[in-house]
Design a protein around this ligand. Structure first.
Ligand SMILES: C[S@@+](CC[C@H](N)C(=O)[O-])C[C@H]1O[C@@H](n2cnc3c(N)ncnc32)[C@H](O)[C@@H]1O
Length: 212
């Protein structure tokens, strides 16, 4: 019962954010998702990857992936309003699957080559939610698939969008993700908000190396 109340609040929070603020009025806005694109195409050199952007919100990553000819893209977020914003920017023929769901409860119906998450996992401060996230990621990713997870670094902000976050480094993520995942690389990244403050992120890239 407690979980249901927490989940309800989470959805309301994010719907309120995306229905009251413009795309570039949120701290995580980036004009162009160059860093994520670079990480995705460094890690995945195959032609047409199936890619899921987890907690994608209204991010322009989906636009950039469509523009690069990627045709198996899924964007999942708690906020329907965020996804509507992203959807409204794209050509109508774009082959994107939009999923409104809590990532900790999502039941993926396909297998993905690439899992990308910029600034969603760090909102899961509860261990049970983190474990659920890893369970969903393991169902969603093919063996050999890549997970790119960007969170606030230990030196980053303690809060985002008014919510307390869990800050991570690569070793901490590795412990949470467990033995099914091999850490391929990790790097610091500094995001500059629309009001010019700098936030320390880390982006870690893992490969799923086992099913059990
Ligand atoms: C800081 S924003 C980042 C959005 C996007 N990734 C970007 O880089 O612009 C965090 C996003 O995660 C989504 N989110 C938070 N918790 C979530 C959950 N449990 N399941 C799905 N999405 C979630 C929010 O709705 C929001 O869009």
């Amino acid at each position: 019962m407690e979980m249901m109340v927490a989940d309800f609040d989470r959805t309301v929070h994010w719907q309120t954010v995306y229905t009251t603020k413009g795309e570039d009025e949120v701290s995580w806005f980036e004009e162009s998702p160059d860093h994520s694109l670079d990480l995705i195409f460094r890690a995945w050199t195959g032609r047409n990857a199936s890619i899921v952007d987890v907690g994608g919100g209204a991010s322009r990553l989906v636009d950039a992936l469509v523009a690069r000819g990627q045709s198996h893209i899924t964007v999942i977020d708690l906020s329907a309003a965020a996804l509507d914003t992203a959807k409204s920017r794209l050509p109508s023929a774009s082959n994107v699957t939009w999923v409104v769901a809590d990532i900790t409860r999502w039941e993926p119906d396909g297998a993905f080559d690439v899992w990308h998450d910029r600034a969603a996992f760090h909102f899961l401060t509860d261990i049970a939610d983190q474990i659920a996230y890893v369970g969903v990621m393991s169902k969603a990713l093919k063996l050999g698939g890549i997970a790119i997870v960007g969170t606030f670094a230990p030196s980053g902000p303690e809060k985002c969008s008014g919510l307390t976050v869990a800050r991570h480094d690569a070793e901490g993520l590795k412990r949470i993700f467990g033995q099914k995942y091999k850490l391929l690389s990790s790097e610091p990244y500094q995001h500059t908000t629309p009001w010019k403050s700098v936030q320390d992120f880390q982006f870690s890239t893992f490969m799923k190396i086992a099913t059990e």
